[in-house]
Design a protein around this ligand. Sequence first.
Ligand code: NDP
Length: 320
Amino acid sequence: MKAIVVDKTGGPEALQFKDSPKPKAEAGQILVKNHAIGVNYIDTYHRKGIYPMPTPFIPGAEGAGEVVEVGPDVTDFKVGDRVAYTGSKSYAEFTPVPVLSAGKIPDNVSYSDASALLLQGLTAWTMVRDGYPVKKGDYVLVHAAAGGVGLLLCQMANLLGATVIGTVSNDEKAKLAKQNGAHHIINYSHEDTVARVQELTNGQGCHAVLDGVGASTFETSLKSVRRLGTLISFGNASGVVPPISIAILGEKSIKLMRPRLYAYIATKEEKDKWWGELFQLLADKKLNIQIYKTYKLEDAKTAHTDIESRKTVGKLLLEL
Ligand code: NDP
């Protein structure tokens, strides 16, 4: 089969389009023929070696397609089922997927939409429902508000009744974040985020700050949380947050969380709950899926260059 293979970690050129042995569905697995493959920031961490993986490896944490083979003991799925999944090795024609990581998708949901929503949608929904349960009247600050996770966080926090403040780096992103639920936008290229947050929250700061940018925003995030508020640091788009002393949380008695999606969907019950709620939001037309661009699988390196250059908004997909 055709696949992207990383033999040696590095820049986007590490993503090589190659022939690779076609996998089989082993016990507890289904084999999925991918029709849409999600690009996620974590793919860049794997490619660069920030999250080390044994080499060679096929990157990719999400996809959607049809089941073409089921493992010997699999009863929940059959050949021909339309599924989406989170996990690994999705930058390929075929991906073996543990059944716990896969789910059937409704007939009226396209492979592209399922793959655009699943991983980022689960990340965002678990964050606003469990990480910090957003409630009516809250002020919530979302960094990278026009990004893949960011646009979904804006929509979801708005849906739950919060006043949403989004940060972005340019005016085009500002417009899109506003169209997707942000009430106020801070363009940090020419505005001071901490000062604007104080102004918008009557000097109190935000009940929750949702920060997937990491190193470059951590200080700003700390300063933007209100007394007894919550800071969720969920990613490293600008680099890993350096080690901190927990004593810095004491001044305002802040809760600090570092979530990882997979901890939320570790059992079938948990997975079914969060997937069910996410797809219900979609069925109820409460979510707008924003696809930036669909690239050919062989152009994965361009997709990585684009997402890392901060010019993208919403979701990037790959297709064969
Ligand atoms: P995005 O589409 O949000 O892209 C990253 C955005 O971060 C950019 O568009 C840019 O927006 C902003 N940014 C600020 N500084 C930098 C920088 N130095 N380099 C690159 N980008 C920068 O990506 P995703 O939606 O895919 O992911 C967002 C974050 O969520 C990532 O950190 C990712 O790792 C994390 N994540 C975490 C998960 C978890 O389980 N914990 C699961 C899924 C995602 P702007 O220009 O407007 O500032």
